[in-house]
Design a protein around this ligand. Structure first.
Ligand SMILES: NC(=O)c1ccc[n+]([C@@H]2O[C@H](COP(=O)([O-])OP(=O)(O)OC[C@H]3O[C@@H](n4cnc5c(N)ncnc54)[C@H](O)[C@@H]3O)[C@@H](O)[C@H]2O)c1
Length: 353
């Protein structure tokens, strides 16, 4: 039995995660689920974002964590989101975000003439360093002479382990059609950001030399963004830093049907890892039963696959694919169902397989 911590969080997280939970239960996965109330409601009630032993408990007592989203207009500082989500990523050292960009059905892609076989790549994003480490400060705040500094921190250890993770991922994962993954592309902006970019370039070459069977490629992030739109067929495994990964992941979500369809894992190999839909708490959608639950459901399937339950994960992915094909979906991807009803449909499909 695998022990799962479930943290729906805020906004639509509280609507999509219950759907993901019933789908994994319908898949018959052997799981013990424990629910946590971390989020804006809890913070507003008792000012606790994460209980003192919170991250230690997650790391010690659970095999994986399923998360919704954090962010609530009643907490303008977003302090709870920062402490819970960024805290989990950094304190539990979840250094690799894995973002599959896979097109389930041609109707979901805004590009002309693109078929599901044309989009099946993965963005691997460094998740603990870069410009999101909150290093820096503000000098002469609010004056005409104000200076704001945001540092981009790249450690040799951090860069090397994410690049190595990308090569290992490429070597050990296949595309949906069963063919081997062949190429790791490193994306940076080393022409302008020479210090950090130089480190990434050197480490990429060094690590690549250990994987002679894997092709390598490099692109500047601006060129990559254009090519993702012009010809997404050319991508396989992309590795990049925290900020570029954040941005191109959302571009990838756009290619696969929008934020409601995008799944992710925040991984630390062999340790407790966290799985979450790419989208945020979407306050305008919250409480209306209209949020697409498929990103959360596909994130839960990723979690099961990571925990060694590949059969259950495949059942869930197949059911979501069928829901998309039959338009048993929420309105953002062309259906007429509510979040609960779309979750129902997928759960029933899964349990009948
Ligand atoms: N991982 C996270 O917890 C996370 C990620 C991003 C943003 N946020 C937070 O979420 C809040 C809202 O941020 P935002 O509006 O920039 O991003 P968002 O992802 O919450 O929503 C942006 C838009 O994308 C669409 N969308 C997102 N998820 C959808 C779904 N499941 N179904 C259908 N449409 C969907 C909606 O049109 C929505 O208005 C902020 O507080 C932000 O900080 C949290």
């Amino acid at each position: 039995m695998k022990r799962i911590a479930v943290i729906p969080g805020d906004g639509i997280g509280k609507e999509v995660i219950p759907q993901a939970v019933r789908v994994i239960e319908a898949a018959g996965a052997d799981l013990a689920l424990t629910h946590f109330d971390w989020g804006a409601d809890r913070y507003l009630a008792d000012k606790v974002t994460v209980p003192p032993d919170g991250f230690a408990t997650l790391a010690r007592d659970f095999d994986a964590i399923l998360v919704g989203a954090f962010g609530d207009p009643r907490v303008p500082s977003n302090i709870h989101a920062k402490e819970i989500l960024l805290g989990m990523r950094s304190k539990m050292d979840l250094y690799a975000t894995v973002r599959p960009v896979r097109l389930l059905d041609a109707s979901l892609c805004p590009l002309k003439g693109i078929e599901p076989k044309d989009i099946d790549f993965v963005v691997i994003r460094e998740n603990t360093e870069g410009v999101y480490g909150d290093f820096g400060g503000v000098f002469k705040h609010g004056t005409p002479d104000e200076v704001a500094i945001q540092e981009d921190v790249n450690t040799r250890k951090g860069v090397e382990r994410i690049i190595r993770y990308a090569f290992e991922y490429c070597a050990s994962n296949r595309k949906v059609d069963g063919s081997a993954r062949r190429r790791v592309l490193m994306c940076d902006k080393s022409n302008a950001m020479t210090h950090a970019g130089g480190l990434w370039q050197r480490v990429f070459k060094e690590v690549a030399a250990e994987y002679s069977q894997i092709e390598t490629q490099h692109m500047y992030v601006d060129a990559l963004a254009m090519q993702m739109v012009l010809d997404p067929r050319r991508f396989d495994v992309i590795v990049t830093n925290n900020m570029f990964g954040d941005i191109i992941s959302d571009l990838g979500a756009g290619l696969q049907g929008g934020l409601g369809m995008a799944a992710s894992g925040n991984l630390r190999p062999q340790k407790t890892s966290m799985f979450e839909p790419v989208h945020g708490s979407a306050p305008p959608l919250a409480g209306k039963n209209i949020a697409n639950p498929f990103g959360a459901i596909l994130s839960a399937a990723m979690m099961l696959a990571q925990l060694g339950m590949a059969g259950e994960a495949q059942k869930i992915e197949a059911a979501v694919l069928e829901a998309v094909r039959q338009k048993k979906t929420t309105a953002d991807i062309g259906g007429t169902l509510g979040s609960r009803e779309a979750g129902d449909w997928v759960a029933q499909k899964v349990s009948s397989r």
